[in-house]
Ligand binder design. Structure first.
Ligand code: AMP
Length: 296
């Protein structure tokens, strides 16, 4: 595995691979790698060669007072895991290489970037789209892999790729959970033992909602009411929002239909966690009850 620190070197490596007709796969990360990240890299390895992974804790996607300084950094452990997986390029630039003092540009996907996570974290998605477009231009991937854990981020990046005619296909991979259901996240490391136990309420409440939907519930308001009550039963959890939205527009729904996402964000002490559930309602010909496929 080549460890690449400069934009020029990364560009040269990717241009050489591209010229040789190779299919570049890319997984952007902020490091502190866990199984969620590794699942994206395995998916990339199945489809692409070479595979590039970036580790860059992007200051522009952290708001004032957020956790940029204390965000976990574990370069040596990350490097070893990537080496084991057979990653070809580890692109790990430092901040001035990406944002020199004269840097002045930004990329913003209007509308989608202002709601839900965007409302809770102003400027966050503009920071994400700006870095992802830069990384795409440096790495020139044919396929780039993102987790559904950050469902709104994946939707916004798809929109950017479409709007700007980028030659990159976005692959969205399933959420990887801990054994007790908590969605894996680098931020889980911030949780105290009690908060860590409490945080499983997100997954338990989503799983309970899945049961209700499988039993035929379709109206969103009562589903959300039950969900809020479940979170309220956990004293260490403070719900930020829960909403059922159309998976394309991210607008709230009154009734489940087609592809929907249940989005949730909550705080456990100082740590803010997000999770979601994908609900696909498929009309079935000639039968009264439609089919539903639910992915936690
Ligand atoms: P991050 O390092 O948090 O910026 O995440 C890098 C990529 O890993 C993003 O596409 C995330 O959506 C994805 N990711 C993070 N956690 C998970 C998870 N538990 N399951 C699947 N993908 C994940």
């Amino acid at each position: 595995m080549e460890i690449i620190r400069t934009v020029e070197w990364m560009k040269q490596s990717s241009r050489t691979a591209e010229a040789a007709g190779r299919v570049i796969g890319f997984v952007p990360t902020m490091g502190a790698l866990h199984e969620g990240h590794l699942s994206l890299i395995r998916a990339a390895k199945q489809q692409c060669s070479p595979v590039a992974v970036s580790i860059f804790v992007n200051p522009k996607q952290f708001g004032v007072g957020e956790d940029f300084e204390k965000y976990p950094r574990a370069f040596e452990a990350d490097r070893a895991q990537l080496e084991n997986l057979g990653v070809d390029y580890l692109f790990a630039p430092d901040a001035p290489a990406i944002y020199p003092p004269e840097f002045r540009s930004a990329v913003r996907v209007e509308g989608l970037s202002e709601k839900w996570e965007g409302r809770a974290r102003p400027g966050h998605f503009q920071g994400v789209t700006t870095i992802v477009l830069k990384l795409f231009e440096i790495v020139r991937p044919r396929f780039a892999y993102f987790g559904r854990k950050d469902a709104q981020q994946a939707r916004i990046i798809r929109q950017m790729v479409s709007d700007l005619n980028l030659d990159c296909e976005i692959v969205v991979c399933p959420i990887v959970h801990e054994a007790d259901g908590l969605a894996m996240s680098s931020r889980n490391a911030y949780l105290s033992a009690a908060e860590r136990r409490a945080a499983t309420i997100l997954h338990r409440a989503l799983a309970a909602m899945r049961g209700e939907i499988e039993r035929g519930a379709r109206a969103c308001a009562p589903l959300l009411e039950t969900f809020r009550a479940a979170i309220a039963s956990e004293p260490l959890a403070k719900l930020d929002y829960v909403e059922i939205v159309d998976a394309d527009s991210f607008e709230p729904l009154q009734f489940l239909r087609n592809d929907c996402l249940v989005l949730v964000a909550a705080r456990f002490g100082a740590t803010r966690l997000i999770d979601n559930m994908l609900v696909r309602i498929l009309p079935k010909d000639g039968e009264r009850r439609e089919e539903c496929i639910i992915s936690l």
